[in-house]
Write a protein that binds this ligand. Structure first.
Ligand code: ADP
Ligand code: ASP
Ligand code: MG
Length: 604
């Protein structure tokens, strides 16, 4: 038997006519011989309206009651959809999250799915019904209604598909119907020239979604990747083929960048003058993680005179809690929290950047030409993110999109690819560091638990650090331009502000190229400011921890920092993305760090 899960977003069920249209689509899928599960969101702006309603009563409504309220939006949709299907002469049954057995943890307003019992669904499907499930909601152990976070219906849909697959159904596919006809190279509402992609890898979509591409809830992609669910994003208003989200294929590495994204809801928090010693970052990030706040970009400056600066971003709605949590800790450490800035984050993503030189340079050059200043830079395995002033966000996104010619046709976006949809290679992160993902998944207690599949130590890199660079547009670009001209593959990049008007820029490069990288950086930095200092270091070790959905799970950083701190190992640099967190430590502590991280993530 084959099952199709069709998810209809808010705009796709906004009025009666659209509900009927979606109902006809579900019926067509059934008539084609599938069992059909329909997942629906709340209609139109219902969820926003409900939030406003709550705010008319209370500025700070209790999270449990918020969930009780928000879950009603989806309940309206399921009833109407079931009526529509029955009106068209097919059997349909609607279910809330509770009824269909979606069990979550108790983190109200951002709950995670623990398990889904498929018994009732299977029974209703086998009896010939199209079943309609409310997206975005579940129930915790104590029968409290929970919601999964804004945009969470995507996650419900893919999780149901995954659960049905795990229950033994051979062929399960998931279709996400929305108001665009697929995943574009960037949000087409912001950049009208953006191009529709025909195919994109799980990892690329995961990064794009978590970097701000609102078309998919990033956690839904975690499910798709973990449980290998074929997934398509397509328009509910046409029959045009949409975008396949699939395992990585060889052709996907044929170009450096597949898409760009803008995140507007972040703020930058900056801790100044904290002691530069092992355990400090752990104290800071453990406190934040304990409050379930997801930290995004983290840049810790190398530190001088025994003092370091830690910069990171959090979602705006977590800001008050973040400050309240960190104020006492920072004071106790003798540091301070700098005034918070309104920022935007521009990111580029692409599997091809793993093996290519000059990607960062191209991005930075585009921003420099636009006169956009980069406040912070971090990289990940397949992404580069730059923090810019809020007012510069859209201009920066457009410039970056254009600089990688993302509006032009290429394989997988308007042009044919070799091997079409055949899964050509399994998703590989850092080659052998990917470990055995399937094995890691089989050990999970809850469906949405964090997956850590491997830790790898790499001692083939060195680091170049420029201290006290004037914080002006163009400086980073100049450094990386020189490095790229030497065809040196830059791996991690971290740039952080260290004081008024001063920035610190570190990057790692293969040891074999370190002397050249250092020389080139020194030459260009001398031209920028003779007082700035450049240092090269070959005694470093990089540890890569790989998995799925690592950035959004607040526990990963806590475990990592905790494990390293407990052995007194100092973290000199850190980069994180959804699929890989990397840290730089002293070379002579590399093996020990590897061992303690393997232990901490139970990989031994
Ligand atoms: P739904 O209600 O169906 O879940 P969403 O509003 O959540 O719909 O997602 C669709 C919207 O996502 C599009 O209208 C588009 O503006 C936005 N979007 C952001 N980034 C992208 C992208 N890379 N590709 C396509 N759409 C995007
Ligand atoms: N209705 C919820 C929201 O608006 C969930 C969803 O649409 O995916 O965020
Ligand atoms: Mg959505």
């Amino acid at each position: 038997m084959s099952v199709v899960v069709q998810k209809f977003g808010g705009s796709s069920v906004a009025n009666a006519e659209r509900i009927m249209r979606a109902a006809r689509r579900a019926i067509r899928a059934k008539q084609a011989g599938n069992q059909v599960v329909v997942v629906v969101s709340a209609r139109g702006d219902t969820t926003d309206d409900l939030i406003e309603l709550a705010q008319e009563i209370s500025e700070n409504p209790p999270a449990r009651e918020m969930d009780m309220l928000l879950a009603t939006g989806e309940q309206i949709s399921i009833a109407l959809m079931a009526m529509a299907i029955q009106e068209l002469g097919e059997q349909a049954l609607s279910f809330t999250g509770v009824q269909v057995g979606i069990r979550t943890d108790s983190t109200h307003t951002k709950a995670r799915i623990k398990e889904i019992s498929t018994a009732r669904m299977r029974e209703a499907l086998d009896a010939g019904n199209i079943i309609i499930v409310a997206g975005f909601q579940g129930v915790d152990e104590k029968q409290n209604i929970t919601t999964l976070g804004r945009g969470g219906s995507d996650t419900t849909a893919v999780a149901l598909a995954a659960a049905l697959k795990l229950s033994g159904i051979e062929k399960v596919a998931c279709e996400i119907y929305t108001d665009v006809d697929g995943v574009y190279t960037t949000d087409p509402r912001i950049v009208p020239e953006a191009r529709k992609m025909d195919k994109i890898s799980y990892d690329e979509m995961l990064e794009l979604a978590s970097m701000g591409a609102g078309v998919m809830h990033s956690r839904s992609i975690e499910f798709a990747k973990k449980y290998d669910v074929p997934l398509m994003v397509r328009s509910s208003f046409s029959d045009a083929e949409g975008t396949w989200i699939m395992p990585e294929a060889a052709w996907m590495t044929g170009f450096p960048v597949c898409g760009a994204a803008l995140a507007k809801d972040e703020v930058r928090v900056f801790l100044e003058n904290v002691p530069d010693r092992p355990g400090v970052s752990h104290q800071v990030f453990a406190a934040i993680a304990a409050k379930n706040i997801a930290v995004d970009m983290i840049a810790q400056s190398v530190g001088r005179d025994g003092k370091a600066c830690i910069g990171f971003t959090v979602m705006r709605n977590d800001l008050n809690l973040t400050i309240a949590t960190l104020q006492p800790i920072t004071t106790e450490l003798g540091g301070s929290i700098a005034p918070v800035e309104d920022v935007c984050k521009v990111s580029v993503v692409g599997s091809g950047m793993r093996t290519r030189t000059g990607v960062a340079e191209k991005m930075f050059a585009a921003l420099t030409t636009e006169g956009v200043n980069m406040k912070m830079i971090t990289t990940g395995d397949i992404k580069i993110s730059v923090l810019v002033d809020k007012a510069d966000g859209v201009r920066a996104l457009k410039a970056v999109h254009h600089s990688f010619a993302l509006e032009k046709a290429r394989p997988g976006a308007g042009e044919e690819t070799v091997g079409s949809l055949e899964y050509q290679t399994k998703t590989i992160i850092r080659q052998d560091a990917a470990g055995d993902l399937a094995q890691a998944i089989s050990r999970l207690a809850g469906m949405e638990d964090i997956v850590i599949s491997g830790v790898k130590l790499d001692t083939n890199y060195g680091r170049v650090t420029s201290f006290d660079l004037p914080d002006q547009p163009g400086n980073c670009s100049r450094v990386f331009q020189t490095v790229a001209t030497g065809h040196i593959l830059v791996d991690m990049i971290v740039q952080n502000l260290t004081g008024p008007g001063r920035a610190e820029l570190s990057f790692t490069a293969p040891k074999t190229d370190l002397t050249r990288a250092l020389k080139r950086t020194q030459d260009v930095v001398r031209e920028i400011d003779p007082n700035a200092r450049v240092a090269g270091e070959s005694d470093i070790a990089i540890l890569y921890v790989t998995g799925v959905g690592m950035r959004t799970h607040t526990g990963v950083a806590r475990t990592m920092f905790g494990a390293l701190a407990s052995r007194g190992i100092n973290i000199a640099m850190i980069n994180s993305s959804e699929v890989c967190v990397s840290v730089v430590v002293d070379a002579d502590r590399g093996e020990e760090a590897l061992e303690c991280l393997r232990e901490a993530f139970k990989l031994t």
